[in-house]
Unconditional design. Structure first.
Length: 520
């Protein structure tokens, strides 16, 4: 199954008759809750080894888990705000027709209605669900397995992870689930998904963990998903993904589909991230995340080869975002290679973002880096006091690759087969908010050249027209004169790392590209 390029949030299922459901092509976002089963399970159940069980034992284990989990899984019914009624679809400016206004006010209006899932994480009535299930709701009704109904209020939410916390008031303690450790799961582990697909309450499906730390196109910086083949459909949003101990290890949030419904690939937000969001909302009323104030890229194999690094791990600082931010104040610089945080190795830029974001603003961390010192790389440890992460800057993007305007100046051919470059100008910098960033623009790539044929790991063009080249190997590139100087003395056939700035449907990207140096 190939993920389609556009991913949409899976809204809760409509209350419309099931027979009238129509399915469309899209990747449904369906966040499902996380938690873990009741603390006490029978010893015999705790010791069951699924891999060696008979079909009867496996079936009994599924039934045991489902029995304990279902009592804490809830159905969520939301009523949206009253929609505006407009006979024309959209009124024209200055439309004051009294007769039309009378009919508009006389037409019956119904608030939007939708159904999702959730689960209780505290006996006092705290519930975890998806942010998109309850977003913009005027009224939220929670129904338990017992049939009891409660009005719920929103305690807080986090759109970056698509999670929300609700609260219901009950005179008695409620059954609840606990969070399992999503870092301890393995590919092939059995899991159960519980929720209300299409409004069918207390539906339980089984599958395995297909992959961990899966990245998908619609994800934010804080979403690396658990992939599962447990059946998940519209209306499952907010329901838990549990392991065979009854512990919630994920919040199922999206599916890959060609029909609009279950196609065997679902994604769950790991429970450790969900638990962090839950605790932060209860403590602060919102999620507070640590922030360095830098732009990053991962150390890829080609980069490691050119820089003679022992392995392709770590993150490259491609830009200092704020001169008054945490990184700048501590002395971190553009082109530093981050190897570890508090002594623990950094896998890639996503790993670095996730770990820093899980720390509290104001806390101090030790950042281990490699920094260029002459012809060598020097290892340093820098103490950084973290800022609070602001709302992410929104980068404009289109459905197709954004074409950047070429700057003023003469076009110059280069010692790379088929590559023509230009300087960028002040207008270009202002338009694309690149203040403080230098570089040169790729104005042309000959269609029959070597560069036109090379691809990146995702199958796209490794280098494209309108890319902005900002670095040549370890050296920054300000303009064409600097670029010419850097190419002198480079042997034909050498691999060169060009650090480029690119706009694509995901926004602004910093990408290291390895190209072949060709003599003229």
């Amino acid at each position: 199954m190939h993920l389609i390029s556009e991913v949409k949030k899976n809204g809760p299922s409509s209350s419309t008759d099931l027979r009238s459901l129509k399915f469309i092509l899209f990747l449904i976002a369906m966040s499902l809750c996380s938690g873990s089963a009741f603390a006490q399970l029978p010893d015999t159940f705790q010791k069951t080894k699924i891999a060696k069980s008979s079909p009867e034992q496996l079936s009994a284990s599924f039934a045991e888990v489902a029995k304990h989990v279902e009592a804490a899984v809830v159905n969520i019914d939301t009523k949206g705000k009253m929609p505006e009624v407009n006979l024309k679809g959209k009124e024209s400016p200055g439309d004051n027709d009294d007769i039309l206004d009378y009919f508009r006010r006389s037409l019956p209006r119904r608030p939007s209605s939708a159904v999702g899932s959730g689960f209780i994480v505290d006996p006092r009535g705290y519930i975890l669900t998806n942010y998109h299930v309850v977003e913009d709701s005027a009224r939220i009704t929670v129904r338990l397995q017992s049939g009891e109904e409660f009005n719920a209020k929103i305690v807080g939410g986090d759109d970056q992870t698509d999670l929300a916390i609700l609260k219901i008031e009950s005179e008695k303690d409620l059954p609840y689930l606990e969070f399992g450790d999503s870092d301890s799961i393995n590919i092939g582990d059995w899991v159960l998904a519980v929720g209300s697909p299409f409004g069918l309450e207390q539906t339980v499906t089984a599958g395995i963990i297909s992959q961990t730390k899966r990245e998908i196109p619609s994800a934010t910086a804080f979403q690396k998903f658990i992939q599962t083949d447990a059946a998940i459909n519209r209306g499952n949003s907010g329901g838990p993904l549990v392991n065979m101990k009854g512990e919630v290890i994920g919040v199922n949030s999206q599916i890959a589909t060609s029909t609009g419904d279950y196609n065997g690939i679902g994604f769950a937000l790991p429970s450790n991230e969900a638990n962090y969001v839950y605790e932060q909302v209860l403590l602060n009323g919102k999620v507070r995340r640590g922030f360095l104030g830098i732009f990053l890229d991962s150390v890829k194999k080609e980069f490691a080869d050119v820089y003679k690094l022992p392995e392709a791990k770590g993150a490259i600082i491609t830009q200092i975002r704020d001169k008054n931010g945490a990184a700048a104040k501590a002395g971190l610089r553009k082109d530093d290679i981050v190897l570890a945080i508090d002594g623990v190795g950094v896998e890639d830029h996503q790993d670095l973002i996730t770990r820093i974001s899980s720390m509290q603003p104001g806390s101090s961390v030790k950042v281990s880096i490699l920094r260029e010192a002459g012809n060598a790389l020097e290892r340093k440890i820098i103490d950084v006091k973290l800022d609070e992460r602001p709302v992410d800057e929104i980068i404009p993007s289109d459905d197709t690759k954004r074409k950047l305007p070429v700057g003023n100046g003469d076009q110059v051919e280069t010692p790379f087969d088929g590559l023509t470059l230009q300087n960028i100008d002040a207008q270009f910098v202002r338009k694309y908010r690149l203040k403080g960033q230098d570089g040169i623009v790729v104005s042309k790539i000959a269609p029959d050249s070597y560069l036109a044929d090379i691809k990146n790991s995702a199958g796209g063009d490794a280098l494209s027209e309108n890319d902005v080249i900002q670095r040549f190997n370890r050296s920054s590139v300000k303009d064409l004169d600097e670029f010419r100087a850097l190419t002198k003395g480079v042997k034909a056939g050498s691999s060169i790392v060009l650090h480029v700035l690119r706009y694509d449907p995901r926004g602004r990207q910093f990408i290291p590209v390895v190209v072949q140096f060709t003599a003229k």
